[in-house]
Design a binder for this molecule. Structure first.
Ligand code: SF4
Length: 219
């Protein structure tokens, strides 16, 4: 008998983009749950854990800088910092750059918890290890594009990524490392792009657009 019906899953599958979004949602839920569990074990909220981790990675920082890096409102940062100061996990000192602002520094105990909080995404890294090198490269390229798009929509803080940095020079040469970081004057490959570089300096909106177009234009 001739099979005139389309294969079952051709007619009964969501588009690939929708299933990727579903997969990311599931991964996001797992990450949130882990962050909460680990933060609770340490007696912290997830935001407090993120603040300590960020201060360990790139502190001391002001409340405004934390707000920008974490994409959390300044009042929420202020509330969390107040608790961290009460728990003697963070100290405040005058910010020499802004007379009315404070710089936040983790105490030794805060730094220990912050270092632990920084390793929270490690369970994800373990899962990624199971991907082949080609799958990892394709995944990373997709993640860079997605984060960049979400950054431009204001949904992820505009910090840390090469592709939005004023020092980034995309596709300036051929070969395995076609990009260049003008800050350290060194080539970098697409696999070496940074997502959380502490030296990142945000390019202007026009420059970001030009850099992105140049980045997408392979030589
Ligand atoms: S400073 Fe950091 S974010 Fe900027 S281009 Fe260099 S490595 Fe990338």
């Amino acid at each position: 008998m001739m099979d005139t019906e389309p294969p079952y899953f051709d007619a009964n599958s969501e588009p690939l983009a929708a299933r990727i979004a579903t997969g990311l949602h599931k991964i996001g839920l797992a990450m949130k749950q882990q962050a909460w569990q680990q933060a609770n074990t340490a007696g912290l909220s997830a935001t407090q854990g993120q603040i300590l981790a960020t201060l360990v990675a790139g502190g001391p920082l002001s409340g405004s800088e934390l707000s920008e890096r974490l994409g959390v409102t300044l009042p929420t940062i202020s509330d969390s910092v107040r608790v961290l100061v009460e728990k003697t996990l963070v100290t405040k000192s005058p910010d020499p750059r802004h007379p009315r602002a404070s710089l936040l520094t983790p105490t030794p105990k805060g730094a220990e918890l912050g270092a632990r909080a920084r390793s929270w995404p490690e369970f994800m890294a373990d899962a990624v290890q199971d991907l082949t090198p080609e799958e990892q490269r394709a995944f990373f390229a997709g993640i860079v594009k997605m984060i960049r798009m979400l950054q431009e929509q204001g949904l992820i803080p505009l910090t840390g990524m090469c592709v939005t940095c004023k020092h980034f020079r995309p596709n300036v040469r051929t070969g395995p490392a076609p990009h260049h970081c003008a800050l350290v004057d060194a080539p970098l490959s697409s696999d070496q792009l940074r997502l959380d570089c502490q030296e990142h300096e945000r390019a202007s909106e026009t420059a970001r657009r030009e850099v992105w177009e140049q980045f997408l234009r392979r030589r």
